[in-house]
Ligand binder design. Structure first.
Ligand code: SF4
Length: 347
């Protein structure tokens, strides 16, 4: 059976023609799936019964099921554990910001990048998500909350640029005027720094925001907390970022997880300012999420404030990310980890 939700409009047109039907039906079907979010072919009221039957025979519409959710008592953040058809599970997080409802989506089942502070990588990597499994998270969460999502951040479980083709395909479908029509500027792609794919992304002509998980200002420290640094140096990473800015004109967001005693002193803040001087950049400081059995502790309030003030005084726009849903397992990978341990919390 073909997962019809995975097709781009172009691919769907080719498929529809290949089964002897008129090309224009592709746009109708695409809209039903990607704009309206229907779950059965019978809901496609402007498609003939015979075509619907043909589609049913050979294809299916992907539907993701919410297995569990945790609602924050402090704010409106909801974390979802979402089941996939092969009985694996991923996480998505719904957050309310002044600029609109935002979802953080996963891109892989597990992750192979091995960042030391991250729960998502603990159980290893299983597989890439398909484009429709990425978009399906938006549909599942919109249907559950009854609220429209206007911003998508690719920052959940997995390394988006390690699942490059499916991530790009999902962005194109989400961005399509025949689909959810979420503007590329409201889509943010995060990476731990897969340098060749940053160049590729820059050449895609997508105006998405690029978010770089930097977390250190020298290669030695970065290698200690992020194995990807063994493949690409900070210098190479920043060269790729400059290329991205030159091609897209977009400001880059640098994520910096503050870890007590590792990367949170004044000298490091000064080094960070020096590294990013002259770039159109924004720094997001994140007190590191303390994970079960992890060895890293978050920086204390005064170190966080000093770090931010040092950067701001050097002219680098820096904010501390609001810890939404801090009373639930909002850090990526923690709810899934519990699921894998069969130790889940019911809503
Ligand atoms: S931080 Fe991101 S890239 Fe690193 S292990 Fe976790 S999910 Fe993977």
């Amino acid at each position: 059976m073909i997962n019809i939700s995975d097709y781009t409009l172009n691919e769907l047109e080719q498929y529809i023609e290949s089964i002897g039907e008129k090309k224009f039906h592709a746009k109708q079907i695409f809209k039903w799936i990607h704009k309206i979010g229907i779950e059965s072919f019978d809901e496609m009221t402007d498609i003939s019964k015979s075509l619907r039957e043909k589609l049913k025979e050979h294809t299916y519409i992907l539907k993701l099921n919410i297995l569990e959710c945790q609602k924050s008592k402090k704010d409106d953040t909801i974390k979802f554990l979402i089941g996939l058809n092969d009985d694996t599970a991923i996480e998505s997080v719904f957050m309310k910001y002044n600029h609109g409802n935002t979802i953080c989506v996963s891109t892989q089942v597990g992750c192979k990048m091995g960042c030391k502070f991250c729960a998502s990588t603990k159980a290893g990597y299983e597989r890439n998500l398909t484009a429709s499994e990425i978009e399906g998270q938006i549909w599942a969460v919109q249907k559950y909350t009854g609220e429209r999502i206007s911003n998508v951040v690719y920052m959940g479980i997995g390394e988006p640029l390690d699942n490059y083709d499916n991530v790009i395909k999902s962005i194109r479908n989400i961005n399509s005027p025949e689909g959810l029509n979420i503007g590329a500027r409201h889509i943010s792609v995060s990476t731990c720094g897969i340098v060749p794919n940053i160049y590729k992304l820059a050449d895609e002509n997508i105006q998405a925001t690029l978010s770089i998980s930097l977390h250190a200002t020298d290669d030695k420290t970065r290698k200690e907390i992020m194995p990807v640094a063994n493949r690409y140096s900070i210098k190479e990473l920043l060269e790729a970022c400059k290329y991205y800015i030159s091609k897209t004109g977009r400001r880059i967001s640098f994520e910096y997880a503050l870890i007590a005693g590792v990367n949170d002193n004044r000298e490091t803040a000064m080094n960070l300012a020096k590294l990013l001087r002259g770039m159109i950049a924004h720094i997001n400081l994140i007190p590191v999420n303390e994970i079960k059995n992890g060895s890293y502790k978050k920086s204390n309030e005064s170190n966080i404030e000093n770090f931010m003030n040092t950067l701001n005084s050097c002219g680098i726009v820096t904010t501390v990310r609001r810890e939404l849903g801090s009373d639930i397992d909002a850090a990526c990978g923690q709810l899934r980890q519990k699921y894998l341990n069969k130790d889940t919390i019911k809503q």
